[in-house]
Every structure is written in C-alpha cells, then in structure tokens.
Design a protein around this ligand. Structure first.
Ligand code: GH3
Ligand code: MG
Ligand code: MG
Ligand code: MG
Length: 346
C-alpha cells in the first residue's frame, strides 16, 4: 500500500526476526564420504540444527540454486564432480541474501589450502579428522555471525523506513512524497493522462492545540492521516507535506475527477469527530480545506507548477469559508488569478 505503514510494522519486523534467529539454523552438509556424512548429520541433529545432505558438489549446487538455501554450509574440499572450492566460489558469486556461512573441511593440513579456501569465500576451515567439540564451537561462532548479520539487516530496514516516513503519522514524509511527485510527473509528461495533486490543510488547527493541548493535536493529526490514507486508492500517494498539511498525488485524473475525490476526502474528516479516550476526554471535531490542481502536462511543466496551483486553490478554499474543496482554475469568475501555465511555476 502506498500510504501508511501497517501499524507498528517496525516492531512486527523486529519480532519476526527474533523468532527467526530463535529457530534452529539449517545446515547443508556436502560430503562424499558416507562415514563422515552420517557422523556429521547425527551430531548436527543432536545439537538442534536442521540438516540436509548432498553427496557431491553438483548435487549441492542444484540444491543451492533451487532456492531453499540453508544458512550454514559444511563443505568437504575433495568432492567428485564439483570440488568444495569451486562450489564455494559459485555460492559467493550468487551474492544472495541472507549471507550463507561456509565451513570448509579438508583432509590436508597445508597452509596454502587454508588460504585457497578463504580466498574462495569460505568463512572458516577445519582439518579432518577433527574433534566434534571443536566443530560445535566453530558452528556456534558461525551462528553468532549470522545472528549479528540479521540484526544489522533489521537495523538497515528500520533506517530505510525512517528515512522515507513521517514519524508521527507513518505517512510518507515530505522528501519522499516530493520524490514520488517527480516520478509521477515524468510518467505523466510521456503519456496523454492528466496528473492531479491535492494540498489538504487542517482548519484552525492551532485552536486544537490551544484548546486541548499539543498531545491531543498529535492524536488528531494521526487520525486525519489514517483516514486520508484509508480513503485513497492504493496506487495514489499521500504524504505529510509539513505541520498540519498533507500532499496527495492522484494519477490519471482530471479536474472533474479530482473534485469528487477531494470531496470524498473532505467528508471522511468532517463526518466523524476524533475520539481517543486514552489521550483526551470527549471528542474533537476537525475539518480540512483542500486545494486541488489537475493538468495534462507539457514537457517543461514542473512539480512547482502543480503545487503552486494547488496552493492557490487551497488559499481560496480557506478564504471561501474552510471545510471545502477548490480546484485550480475551475471557476474562472472567482479565480481569475489562477492561470494554469508556466507563469505560475517555481
Ligand atoms: P488555517 O485554518 O488557516 O489553516 O489555520 P491553522 O490554525 O490550521 O493554521 P496555522 O498555520 O496558524 O497553525 C498551524 C498549527 O499547526 C500551528 C502548529 O503549532 C501546529 N502544528 C504543526 N505541526 C504540528 C504537530 O506535529 N503537532 C501538533 N500538535 N501541532 C502541530
Ligand atoms: Mg571428500
Ligand atoms: Mg491549518
Ligand atoms: Mg497549514
């Protein structure tokens, strides 16, 4: 959906990731020796891992490519078909997320083997025969690295979300919504369809803060945002443009279409008071004024042109009494100064 983050989506993502790291890690054992294969599988299952096995490199490569990639791999160096080093190189070459942790097994204890293995993309290296307790400890350290990796990914996802969303309302923030406007404008310039924008401003909002307090004002802004997002089509955009003002982008809609659309949004705010017993007693009634503009765009029209036009219409809605919709240039007798054209671009 284009407008509002699902409530608490960051928390939900965090909880999902915690569950994920609490799940047993899956291990793929790639080993051609039946004795080692069975010994490894038995130990790993005892230690709580989900285990899959492959008897040679090609079989393992097919399993990896089939998509269900385990997050830990124990790969024997010497394998028929595709050897462990080549398998390791191919796995790293895929650069898929999440990162798989690779432990290479070798029968030889040569320093060069260790270097070749690490160069091929292995994370760790163990020489056969090995002590099972050492294997267990090394897998634990691999799991720790995978868990850190997940935490890092989660942080990155959160930061990406915060960079684009308004913290109070969960709507797109000013930077993001303007970016989407640029994109929609570029699309509209190439095609025959008009593009419409709306500036939606809460009426007398200062009085809400003055009467009920800033915290109640915040709750009202959240409620307005939620209602606007809920009343818009999934493929249109709405963001917080600033303070108590919202910007909506509506594709393929002309002046007549945007008037009806804006009236619907205006009504969804005016028709129901905001009620929030946890934050304030009683109810708070608010209304919005909406200034809209729609145009078929020539090659040199800018975002500024459409926003200025909507802003002029919004001013008209305010002076005409608030809780109303004005569409730029739609009524020329009242709005002769509203000329859609490059002259009003900024
Ligand atoms: P008008 O009908 O002409 O738009 O009047 P208004 O009172 O809504 O407009 P004005 O620009 O005078 O006041 C806007 C107020 O919105 C002032 C500002 O403190 C408040 N405001 C802006 N951002 C926030 C916010 O995040 N939370 C709260 N509670 N208030 C905010
Ligand atoms: Mg072997
Ligand atoms: Mg206002
Ligand atoms: Mg305002």
């Amino acid at each position: 959906m284009n407008h509002l983050s699902k409530e608490g989506s960051t928390q939900a993502a965090a909880a999902a990731s915690e569950n994920e790291s609490a799940q047993p890690n899956s291990v793929l054992v790639v080993e051609d020796s039946a004795v080692y294969r069975s010994m490894l599988a038995t130990c790993l299952r005892e230690w709580g891992y989900d285990v899959a096995v492959a008897e040679d490199g090609l079989q393992a490569w097919e399993m990896v490519q089939s998509g269900d990639m385990p997050n830990l791999l124990i790969i024997d160096w010497m394998l028929p078909g595709l050897d462990g080093i080549e398998l390791c190189r191919r796995i790293r070459g895929r650069q898929t997320e999440p990162y798989p942790y690779v432990l290479l097994l070798s029968a030889e204890e040569k320093k060069q083997n260790l270097i070749d293995g690490l160069n091929a993309g292995a994370d760790d290296y163990l020489t056969k025969p090995f002590d099972v307790n050492e294997l267990r400890a090394r897998l634990r350290s691999g799991t720790r690295i995978l868990n850190l990796q997940r935490q890092l990914q989660r942080k990155e996802d959160e930061l990406g979300f915060q960079a684009l969303h308004d913290q109070l309302t969960g709507l797109w923030n000013r930077g993001a919504i303007l970016e989407f406007l640029e994109r929609e404008l570029a699309r509209a310039r190439r095609g025959p369809e008009p593009l419409a924008v709306m500036l939606i401003d809460v009426d007398h909002f200062k009085a809400v803060n003055d009467t009920h307090g800033h915290q109640a004002g915040d709750v009202v802004l959240q409620a307005v945002a939620r209602r606007l997002a809920g009343a818009m089509r999934a493929y249109d955009w709405v963001g917080r443009y600033g303070g108590e003002e919202f910007l909506a982008i509506v594709a393929a809609t002309d002046a007549a279409g945007i008037r009806g659309y804006a009236q619907r949004l205006r009504a969804c705010i005016a028709d129901e008071p905001v009620v929030s017993p946890a934050n304030f007693p009683g109810e708070i009634r608010v209304t919005v004024s909406i200034g809209a503009a729609a145009a078929r765009l020539g090659p040199d029209f800018t975002c500024g042109f459409l926003i200025n036009a909507a802003d002029e219409a919004l001013n008209l809605a305010k002076t005409n009494g608030r809780n109303r919709v004005e569409v730029h240039g739609a009524d020329r007798s009242k709005a002769t100064s509203l000329r859609i054209g490059k002259a009003s671009a900024s």
